[in-house]
Design a binder for this molecule. Structure first.
Ligand SMILES: C[S@@+](CC[C@H](N)C(=O)[O-])C[C@H]1O[C@@H](n2cnc3c(N)ncnc32)[C@H](O)[C@@H]1O
Length: 195
């Protein structure tokens, strides 16, 4: 049994004190989808990596039923209960890239080698935009509420992640990363670098 079992999802998603809920994800998903549309790349294919209870996938099904969403997770329990494909992003990338890749609260669970491989697979999986959320060592020390957050994760610096993500993406901000060579950004529209 992996750590991602029924007790894990009950602990972090089971009640009002959970890490986030469908109403909050609806705000975030609306913003991400609409920003992609503003950039002229309204997603038609979406990959949700580490989908967990499936909030992103459910939002897309409800609000954009024509968008093709593939949800994957490494947890046999989550796949059985919420209907995802069983995949480990450290060892797998889809055969075809997706317009939008969601990776919300996942990569900090992987050790350094697996996390680096996962970032390369996320790069290969994304044709235009990725939404990435994870807490860095700074966030775990200074930002998150330890009573509502899984603290038994890998504590790595923002620079550790940025240097690896920069091989594939330009950081826009607010969790959005644009694949190199896709959306041209105004200089002050993106946080770092060039396309
Ligand atoms: C904190 S939950 C996030 C769930 C969902 N993304 C959300 O934000 O509500 C972390 C999820 O990542 C999954 N996960 C962890 N390691 C993974 C891996 N190597 N490949 C795919 N999924 C993974 C876990 O099984 C778990 O469902």
């Amino acid at each position: 049994m992996t750590r991602f079992d029924a007790r894990y999802y009950e602990r972090f998603y089971g009640d009002a004190d959970g890490v986030h809920d469908p109403a909050q994800i609806a705000h975030l998903a609306t913003a991400v989808h609409e920003l992609c549309s503003w950039w002229g790349t309204a997603p038609e294919t979406v990959l949700d990596v580490g989908a967990g209870v499936g909030m992103w996938r459910d939002w897309y099904r409800r609000t954009h039923p024509t968008v093709h969403v593939l949800s994957v997770d490494v947890s046999p329990y989550a796949c059985e209960r919420w209907g995802h494909e069983l995949r480990d992003i450290a060892t797998w990338a889809p055969a075809e890239p997706h317009d939008l890749v969601i990776c919300h609260g996942v990569v900090h669970y992987l050790d350094d080698l697996a996390a680096e491989a996962a970032i390369d697979h996320l790069g290969a999986a994304t044709s235009v935009v990725m939404y990435l959320e994870l807490p860095t060592a700074h966030d775990l020390a200074e930002v998150v509420d330890p009573d509502r957050t899984d603290m038994a994760v890998h504590h790595r610096s923002g620079e550790w992640y940025r240097s690896r993500l920069a091989r594939h993406f330009r950081q826009v901000g607010a969790g959005l990363w644009v694949k190199h060579g896709t959306v041209p950004m105004f200089e002050l529209e993106a946080a770092t670098g060039s396309g």
